[in-house]
Design a binder for this molecule. Structure first.
Ligand SMILES: Cc1cc2nc3c(=O)[nH]c(=O)nc-3n(C[C@H](O)[C@H](O)[C@H](O)COP(=O)(O)OP(=O)(O)OC[C@H]3O[C@@H](n4cnc5c(N)ncnc54)[C@H](O)[C@@H]3O)c2cc1C
Ligand SMILES: *[C@@H]1O[C@H](CO)[C@@H](O)[C@H](O)[C@H]1NC(C)=O
Ligand SMILES: *[C@@H]1O[C@H](CO)[C@@H](O)[C@H](O)[C@H]1NC(C)=O
Length: 539
């Protein structure tokens, strides 16, 4: 019942606004305000777009990564600001206040619910794609990277300067640094080096008053919050300083598939018992997918085991022979390569492809999609796996991705960063459904399918709370309208994303942004909005 209601609501509230004089008035007022804040008009004409600008749509669409959130009826921003320098961001924050509109910050636009470029309420996009400088310092093995850079650009700049350094972050090169790091961030190095946020040393943020703050100036509470609590509730993250990690010269990757006819159930059962405990240099992801089998029209389940090992193939084979012989990994399944090439491999580029593809901001996979997440703390029993495969074949479209934890992840306390999914987690599940046909009925059908599978998984996953990964944004788990119930609403999704860290995030939020200027449908609520209505004195 609840999810259907949500879907209905989102259909109504994301409805289009006719372009009218309103947008032009907002444009004019905003431009005037920027002038008053010291931005010369020849710069304003380069960074400010209203819907009547001819390039408005192309600027908007350039970093939309989910067609489901960019249909003809989707609400469009009232204006878009594309800052070229820090001063433009400072002025944009101050000028947005005067409009009363919501400010949606966008770096790479990969948010699965489009929270950087879609909203229930009228809004402005602050688009950071121009702010993407990267400074790699091999002497200190650190780098400063601006929010608008992509992971691919970061990896490329590290590789350019060093072949012994790498960085533990996501596996898709077009993901933006701003959303990725502020939301946690993980990749195939996580069992050895932890999350992206476990390797952040400093940051620069622009706060609600337009001040640029580094770690020292912002203080440890805010610095803690923007390492996994989501940047969008706290300010505009301008840059992070990251600690690079030493990687071996030789990495080994493999891709091995199993169907049910090849003992998939047994192999996956065993995987659950070793994936988080095996050598920390080994990360084995599993894709569980319904595919069309040899008999026409008949679906079967196929498992794809994708492994990344920080070492050579001989050592990998001996680790596998001891820990996971059931997969039957052979030397001929293994590809020895470099760290930078593993990043190409994960994104389905052939190893040996020119590294410059990592610099490409073009997105060749624009489709409709829905994602959800879960965490598993106890192995799913064999009969559970059998019933899961059956369910997935019935549904037909939704796939699952299992990502193992353990290793470094279990050594870090739950409250070290806002990201709480640490010790005791065997693996994370991503629910994934993609489609290409624009028929609006398919949105209901496929989103409904993913929700159906999520509901089926209830007995097998974490409970009280049912944990979720912030970077796999999912509005089904709760939203806020930023009104007087925002604390209670926020707590619903907040404890799923952050467990006990939620209340500390609320405290930081209340301290740095008491008027809740930085807000969206899943932001961290402020306490004062509630206390002013009822519970007085609880600040
Ligand atoms: C194809 C694909 C592959 C992915 N692979 C991985 C993966 O391997 N590992 C992983 O951890 N995640 C992965 N993700 C999820 C990804 O990390 C998150 O969607 C992340 O938030 C995207 O960051 P972005 O800057 O591109 O997104 P955006 O949509 O620009 O932003 C996401 C959120 O962060 C806020 N935000 C963005 N920039 C700033 C800023 N500078 N200051 C304050 N707030 C900001 C936005 O307002 C929004 O709420 C993947 C996503 C996609 C689409
Ligand atoms: C948007 O349109 C206005 C009015 O025509 C123009 O002055 C401005 O340069 C345009 N902005 C951009 C970024 O092209
Ligand atoms: C499946 O498992 C059985 C028993 O463990 C084994 O005999 C058989 O060879 C396996 N089949 C495949 C295709 O691996």
């Amino acid at each position: 019942m609840f999810p259907f209601l949500l879907l209905l609501l989102s259909f109504i509230t994301f409805s289009s606004q006719p372009f009218s004089a309103t947008s032009d008035t907002i444009y004019d007022n905003f431009a005037y305000c920027l002038t008053r804040n010291g931005i010369p008009s020849n710069q304003i004409s380069k960074i400010l777009y209203s819907p009547s600008n001819s390039s408005f749509s192309s600027v908007l669409d350039a970093y939309v990564r989910n067609k489901r959130l960019n249909t003809p009826t989707t609400r469009k921003p009232s204006i878009i600001v594309t800052p070229l320098q820090v001063q433009h961001i400072q002025a944009a924050i101050l000028c947005t206040k005067g409009t009363g509109l919501q400010l949606n910050i966008r770096s790479g636009g990969h948010d699965f619910e489009g929270l950087s470029y879609v909203s229930d309420v009228p809004f402005i996009i602050l688009d950071l794609f121009n702010l993407r400088s990267i400074n790699v310092d091999t002497a200190t093995e650190t780098a400063w990277v601006q929010a608008g850079a992509t992971l691919g650009e970061l990896y490329y700049r590290i590789w350019e300067k060093s072949n012994i350094l790498g960085f533990p972050a996501g596996l898709c090169p077009t993901v933006g640094v701003g959303g990725h790091i502020s939301g946690g961030g993980y990749g195939s190095l996580l069992r050895r080096y932890g999350l992206t946020v476990d390797n952040v040393l400093d940051a620069q943020i622009i706060d609600v008053n337009g001040r640029v703050l580094d770690r020292k100036a912002m203080g440890e509470d805010l610095f803690w919050a923007i390492r996994g609590g989501g940047g969008a509730s706290f300010g505009v993250v301008l840059a992070y300083r990251i600690r690079l990690v030493r990687v071996p010269e030789i990495h080994t990757v493999f891709n091995v598939q199993k169907t049910e006819a090849e003992n998939a159930t047994d192999v996956l059962y065993k995987w659950q018992n070793i994936a988080d405990k095996i050598d920390n240099d080994l990360f084995i992801r599993v894709l569980v997918q319904p595919i069309t089998g040899k008999v026409k029209g008949q679906k079967i389940i196929r498992l794809t085991f994708m492994g990344h090992f920080l070492g050579d193939a001989n050592r990998l084979i001996s680790v596998m022979n001891i820990g996971f012989p059931e997969l039957g990994l052979k030397r001929s399944d293994c590809l020895e390569t470099s760290w930078i090439d593993t990043m190409l491999w994960w994104y389905k580029y052939k190893i040996g492809t020119a590294k410059e593809v990592l610099l490409s901001r073009a997105y060749d996979q624009l489709i409709f999609l829905k994602r959800k997440s879960d965490y598993v703390q106890n192995p799913i029993p064999k009969d559970g796996l059998v019933s899961l495969f059956k369910k997935m074949v019935q549904l037909g479209k939704t796939g699952l991705v299992f990502n193992p934890y353990g290793g470094r992840m279990s050594e870090i306390p739950e409250n070290e960063t806002p990201f709480p999914h640490r010790a005791g987690i065997i693996f994370k599940i991503q629910y994934s459904v993609n489609w290409e046909d624009a028929d609006p009925n398919l949105i209901n059908q496929y989103v409904g399918e993913a929700r159906n599978l999520y509901s089926f998984m209830t007995p097998f996953v974490s409970k009280n709370p049912r944990q979720a990964f912030l970077n796999y944004r999912d509005l089904d788990i709760g939203t806020t309208d930023n009104g007087k119930n925002s604390y209670n609403e926020g707590q619903v999704y907040g404890v799923k994303y952050f467990k006990n860290n939620f209340d500390r995030l609320v405290k930081v939020k209340t301290m740095v942004d008491p008027q809740n200027f930085f807000r969206n449908e899943q932001s961290i609520p402020t306490l004062n909005l509630q206390t002013s209505k009822g519970r007085k004195g609880r600040k």
